[in-house]
Write a protein that binds this ligand. Sequence first.
Ligand code: AGP
Length: 603
Amino acid sequence: MCGIVGMVNGRSVAQDLIHGLRNLEYRGYDSAGIAIAGRSALSRLRASGPLDSLAAAHKVDPIDGPSGIGHTRWATHGAPTEQNAHPHFADGVAVVHNGIIENHAALRARLREDGVAFNSDTDSEVVPHLIASYRKAGLSRFDAIREATQMLEGQFALGILFEDEPRTLYAARRESPLAIGAAPKAVMLASDMLAYAGRAEQTLALESDEIARIRRDGVQILNGRGETVDRAWTAATSTAVTVHKAGHRHFMHKEIFEQPEAIAKTFAATAAEEVAAPVESVLADCNRLSIVACGTSYYAGMAARPWLERYAGMAVDLDVASEFRYRDRPCFAGTGSLYISQSGETADSLACMRDAKEKGEKTAAIVNVPTSAMANEADVTIPTLAGPEIGVASTKAFTAQLAALMGLARSIGKARAAFDPEMETRFETAYRMIPALIEDVLDREGSCETVARAIKNSKSAIFLGRGANHALAMEGALKLKEISYIHAEGFAAGELKHGPIALIDEAMPVIVVAPRDGSFAKTASNVEEVAARHGKIILLSDEEGCDHLAKHCWHQVVLPETDDLTAPFVYAVALQFIAYHTALALGTDVDRPRNLAKSVTVE
Ligand code: AGP
């Protein structure tokens, strides 16, 4: 999943391309490049590594012109080198690509037979060669692009320049996200219009298998049959402020501090009639619900499952999308599926949702990006109002997902008459308390930092929890892995003695997520099992819990008292801080951890 941009402004676009790529760097930062359609020829600049390398190269060797395309890469095919960086060229055609061309090997072999020489190991390079071959055969630019894209299997979003038409951009897509934006003196293209937040005043969605010709004086869209499509512009949503660190050292740290507001907004949104009513009409009759997601979003579903079972009276299955996708799962009446995704573009989750819809199953999606494919295609969408999340390690989206899931349990519980007045009071109280409890945890950053300094030189770490705390333990381990590169594993605390306890010795930090809930006593026994093997116990609990287990602990993070509704929010923030400060102490790139990208739009 890469980020692509393009712009036509009739004068100089280079700095605008680099600006757009900087806002899309969360999509991949293995290499970057721009191409410019000048007065007579195409020019190109590429660099391996994060965008700063390209920006530095551009200072030394500035290229510019009236229109251009740009790319920031997450390598799928071919190593993250300058040679494999986009844009790729072929006989006066320049292309940037996001997605995967699944039949690239066959196309490459065919083109080779026609005498084409390849300069990279990427799947993407077949695209400019195909377009150029159709141009040579005399087809118009539109027709050449259409013929070429009809040869492609897989997903793609493309930005295309032609040497012999310098003041024009072309775009094409199938599944991978791509939007067109307009500002007074420029028209732009981007995988996500966040690239031009605060600049694009209007946006235009490009549907799958459509091709657009973009000029300053207008945009023409053709569908797969070559027919012109009329489509209305809509007002752009994101503003410039969305992509600033607001004085924080990292987007992740800023986003951790944005959680009280994100949660409060999401509670309000899910309680509003325009969300609650469609949720009830789509899901209330479902006795069985499959929750499907990836990574952190999956752990949000895992933490919230007890709520849907207890307060909505639903049977809930939980699956990672990449596995769920290939199961021959029978769909019966009365079953529904819920997809959770920050980006709304995660390929595996999206494919599962499309598959379920095809099988006639009711689908709901909890999504943070309102313009995303999942938000557009689900039968009902529950928005998380966390705002754009730039840090690759998800934080505010996770707790906002918990807030949406809590709202869901309440709406469905009410519709299924499974929700009694005592529950209503508890939920109302929790809605009011959670943002304040998070503020309280934000003030305890220091004690999490102490833990981080203590574990930073560890080779690995174990996280333990029971019930919803098991999900938090898994999420805590994922956060630490993602940004500190320390090998970390989360386990159901009850599973420890069935194997993982063999890992425990005096060098192993064991982070125990233990609010004083119904499972605290059992978790306390697990703490004693670890202590008996000299494991280095780091306890996350409230005052009384910490006092109770103090003699076994290496370190403690004392957190406010909680209950089953508030605990996941409170403990999530402490786990985020531990991961953040460990990464900070180790000097890793917190916002752009190696090998990762924010939205995984390829399988
Ligand atoms: C979380 O920090 C990671 N960025 C990753 O696990 C992420 O949660 C996963 O890729 C799912 O993304 P989504 O929520 O956008 O679908």
